[in-house]
Design a binder for this molecule. Structure first.
Ligand code: AHR
Length: 683
């Protein structure tokens, strides 16, 4: 076991116990009492010094190297643009629990996206009721009364999120809760149908309980359709309550139940992010206090989760909740970075962004102790033993071991008001004293500068916050012109998490401006601890934010040049920066380079970004390394500045991988409008 110590600016030492392989980390958990923690802290600190010295000694062998964050590039996930429901979350039924309402969208109601069907000479009724729900958190359900079943019965039909994509030869898992309200069993036909009503797959279920009971069936279509619907028909007389009517492809990412869309999840895994931030974004602090994202509402059986309006103008089922986020992070080997509200709502609540954003509301002081406990409980839920109150809930959901939570963000680009500051401090102090092993991340408002930015940083300095979250969306010229921003940051202050950034656009020009900036982030990886592009996912025809990383519909995806830049940087991270390997002559804002060394693999990684219109020359000097293996790999992303990808032309801009022969010293011509990553092995 190797022990690494990290010191934030704030001189707050936090500890991270890491197995040498880096795949598992076990943290000191809240189960330890304060005394045990102090003793352990002392022992750990000694070991840290030894380990850290050993590491530095090892690296002294590479002259000019600088230790940088080993988890610089990660993902930002927010349920914006239908990124979760209708997106990454693989559920095919829309409004499965009949919880949609006009609060989500003015013309939505509990039966939205459902249709009452009477295919033959049959009659009856469907109503939405609330008298005896499956669970009080999930109040609405439907009641079907079959007065005359006729030849074909009566039923309901769901079109999913703009219809369902069903593939021939694959399996689909249907489930629902049913409660027979009449004495006799009710016969049901469950089927997938194409738009003409052709049955693609059918199964039969007979109800067997007058209490709520979960029924399941598998549908195995022999023919596919990209615009199918789920149809449930009762073919016998009676009365039946139904709720949480769900359909998942069997093939979810890593075959997880209640899982994620395989293709989208794989694209995120391919980036090899070191961390993933979730669940937002503005979704975190919410549209008014009642809409804040409360993690406890999103765990446990899906029928017990509390659904609510999505601040971006639709609905959150919370089917993709904290358990699923943590599980996904573990599956893709990314550290989980949950961001919790700082007990204030979004300053733009109620659409007050139109008048300058004065809609921030703060939780009353009388609720703060309970809220702080909610934050502390998250740590126990994620890291505590399965015998602890909250750890037991994690274990019951299928994960007895710790999720190894190391970071928590408090607040999302909030307006820095006295109310915010007071509440942030209360939460911060409580977590710091009970869980010094957790690194807390503060916030500095929505912009790269200005009042909130200054006040956010002042709070960070006063409280010695280890890491602070900066956000900015700018034009590409800004990124080129500001690539030296972090060179002058005070190394004694908080480290930076650049939690949201993007240049406004998805052309090659935008992607290259981001690449120039990312090279600068690597150079400043001693002060910039983490960075994540935002937003991540955007569904065709359902976007609320124009510039995004991955665009998708129900069946296809296109990756932006920005995605490829993120992937090329993120899957090629190092933990040492070397400023003396690449010589590029003049200082030119359209031309940036970076060399990092990954001490785990022993690989040297060169990144060469030319956002200009002419080829540029560099000299590479790898003679600082005792040994290099000439057979290297090169990945090149090259296209005209205006080039974009689209659903019609998804690979217009795409990286090309080739072999590369590296010498100890060589010259290289970096093509105009390109990003090149060269990976050289030393062992
Ligand atoms: O990334 C989109 C939005 O931009 C986020 O929700 C918010 O934090 C920021 O303003």
């Amino acid at each position: 076991m190797m022990i690494i110590a990290k010191r934030g600016i704030a001189n707050l030492t936090y500890l991270q116990f890491t197995k040498t392989k880096g795949s598992h980390q076990a943290f000191i958990c809240g189960v330890l009492n304060t005394l045990t923690k102090s003793i352990l802290f002392g022992i750990a600190f000694t070991l840290i010094t030894v380990a850290a010295t050993a590491q530095i000694a090892k690296q002294k062998a590479i002259p000019g190297s600088k230790k940088i964050s080993s988890e610089l590039f990660g993902l930002f996930f927010e349920d914006i643009n239908y990124a979760a429901d209708g997106g990454l979350y693989a559920e095919l039924v829309q409004n499965r629990s009949f919880e949609y309402s006009p609060t989500d969208k003015r013309d939505w109601h509990p039966f939205s996206f459902w249709q009452y069907v009477t295919p033959g000479f049959s009659y009856g009724s469907v109503s939405v009721e609330t008298n005896f729900p499956v669970h009080p958190n999930n109040p609405h359900y439907i009641v079907m009364t079959i007065e005359h079943a006729g030849d074909t019965g009566i039923g309901i039909k769901n079109h999913g999120f703009e219809r369902m994509v069903i593939k021939a030869g694959e399996k689909y898992n249907l489930s629902f809760f049913g409660k027979q309200l009449s004495a006799e069993s009710i016969a049901l036909s469950v089927s997938l149908q194409d738009p003409q009503g052709k049955v693609l797959s059918e199964n039969k279920i007979s109800t067997s309980s007058q209490d709520w009971k979960k029924y399941t069936a598998t549908l195995s279509p022999s023919a596919g359709s990209d615009s199918a619907s789920l149809v449930i028909i009762a073919t016998t007389k009676g009365k039946l309550a139904m709720d949480v009517i769900s359909l998942f492809p069997e093939k979810t990412f890593m075959k997880r139940s209640n899982g994620l869309r395989q293709d989208l999840a794989q694209l995120l895994a391919d980036i090899k992010p070191k961390f993933m931030r979730f669940p937002g974004g503005c979704l975190v602090h919410g549209d008014g206090l009642g809409n804040m994202y409360r993690w406890k509402n999103t765990i446990g059986p899906v029928e017990q989760r509390i659904e609510q309006k999505n601040i971006w103008g639709y609905h959150q089922t919370a089917g993709l909740g904290y358990y699923e986020y943590f599980q996904f992070c573990e599956d893709i080997n990314a550290k989980p970075l949950p961001v919790l509200p700082a007990a204030v709502s979004c300053q733009n609540s109620g659409g007050t962004w139109r008048i300058g954003g004065t809609g921030q509301k703060a939780l009353p002081m009388s609720e703060m102790q309970a809220y702080i406990q909610e934050v502390l409980d998250l740590i126990e839920w994620a890291n505590g033993p399965a015998t602890s109150t909250w750890g037991a809930k994690r274990a019951a959901a299928g994960h007895p071991g710790s999720f190894n939570l190391q970071y928590i963000g408090i607040g999302n680009e909030d307006k820095i008001t006295p109310e915010f500051e007071q509440r942030f401090k209360m939460i911060y102090d409580a977590v710091r004293s009970k869980h010094p092993e957790i690194t807390l991340i503060g916030t500095s408002g929505p912009f790269s500068d200005g009042e909130d930015f200054i006040k956010g940083w002042d709070i960070a300095a006063a409280l010695e916050v280890a890491v602070i979250d900066e956000h900015y969306y700018k034009n590409p010229e800004w990124f080129l012109g500001n690539q030296y921003r972090y060179d002058s940051y005070d190394r004694k202050k908080s480290k930076v998490y650049l939690g949201e950034y993007a240049s406004w656009g998805n052309s090659m020009k935008n992607a290259l401006a981001e690449a120039v900036y990312m090279a600068a982030l690597e150079r400043n990886g001693d002060i910039v601890h983490m960075a994540s592009y935002a937003p991540l996912l955007a569904k065709k025809n359902f976007t609320q934010w124009q510039t995004d990383m991955i665009f998708f519909d129900n069946s296809s995806v296109f990756l932006t040049p920005n995605y490829y830049v993120q992937k090329m940087f993120s899957s090629n991270q190092g933990d040492y920066f070397l400023g003396n390997v690449i010589s590029k002559g003049t200082k030119d804002t359209t031309f940036a380079t970076s060399c990092v060394y990954d001490s785990e693999t022993g690989d040297i990684i060169l990144k060469l970004v030319n956002a200009g219109t002419h080829d540029k020359n560099v000299k590479i000097d790898l003679s600082h390394f005792k040994r290099i293996i000439p057979g290297a790999t090169k990945v090149e992303l090259k296209a005209n500045a205006g080039a974009v990808n689209s659903f019609e032309n998804p690979r217009n801009v795409a990286p090309v991988t080739s072999d590369f022969k590296a010498g100890k010293k060589f010259d290289y011509v970096v093509p105009a409008s390109s990003l090149t990553v060269i990976r050289v092995k030393t062992k």
